[in-house]
Design a protein around this ligand. Sequence first.
Ligand code: PMP
Length: 401
Amino acid sequence: MGFFDCISSDPPIEIFRLTELFNNDKNPSKVNLGAGVYQDENGKMSTLSVVRAVEQSMAQDLTLDKSYLKPIGQDSFCQACLELVLGKQSSSIIENRACSIQGLSGTGCLTIGLKFLYRNGYKIGYISSPTWSNHGSILQSIGFDVKQYRYWNKDKLNLDIDGLLQDLQDAPENSVIILHACSHNPTGCDPTHEQWQQISDVIKQRKLFPFFDFAYHGFSSGDLDQDAWSIRYFADHQKHELLVAQSFAKNFSLYNERIGHLMGIFSSTDIIPKFRSQLTTIIRQIYSNPPVHGARIVATILNNPTLCLQWKDNVRAMYERIQSMRQLLYTKLKQLGTPGNWDHIITQHGMFAFTGLNSRQCQILVQQHHIYLMNDGRINICGITQNNVDQVSKSFYDVVT
Ligand code: PMP
């Protein structure tokens, strides 16, 4: 009898299972609209040209060593991140109330940020319904009582702003509210500026704590300043205290480098050394200190105006490809006379479209059409190309008729 004879397996994680099914499918016309990874017009995931150039020069630089970073990461990286998110003129930066910590991509930064909040007395976490499936799971694993606020109106295929505001109004004080700063996953549906203002008002009035998940900076509008609007409004305009977990997986295409940062904005500068000290402890206990490669790439690019412009062009190009594929899919669905209103395909933002297809239709698409998408109807628009759009739209037509 072994120690582990009685253990059971966990339920499969949908996105990994879907990717495995796709990889095992031998059909040459299979299409992957699952995992949120950017693919180019040939359906390939490639390294950004600016990243490739920086890596080549790093390889020649003999001064770069592999020594440990401190737990909270590399300073030049962290400072550049603050300015990227808030803008150089930010009052939170000028007043020295903002601080960034290097972390393990979006997931790692959400985790250390939530651990910081939990150990300081925050025990209730609200997530949007629906949301990225890891939000609830991370909150739960830390010990939070997980609750949901309404987000998606599935009849009107848009934001349920009244439900959202009501649920925040009813939330107990000191609840942590996870917000998607832009390109909401999975719905692709972001609040307007006016709606953000309403959300900010309720959060302030009800003494709730905003925690922004910023995984798709640049993918909502193609413009990095515009996509940071919600955070800048909360931080600099409305003077909220808040956290932001930013991932550089998508906008630098650095998925497997696990690079991101956790930003805290506080009411006074005195909090910053305490925040850094608590995060040092939290990180030390989990992984001690972060990897350096991704931080060097991002810091080199953000701190060099020429490289930074090239990167912004790279982000803009990814955004534009996504927009053109949205338009193409929409046009094809309309040309086929596909029943239903497909306007949301072109009005939603970011990498994903929330198609409105039901789980039965999604299963038929996977099993009979070799088109792989999440069971809630979310598709990664980047998986669409000129070569497969006819097949995708015809298959959508088939499952809804
Ligand atoms: N938040 C959201 C909403 C996401 O969609 C993702 C990636 N799928 C992440 C955070 C984190 O991703 P990563 O840990 O790869 O940066």
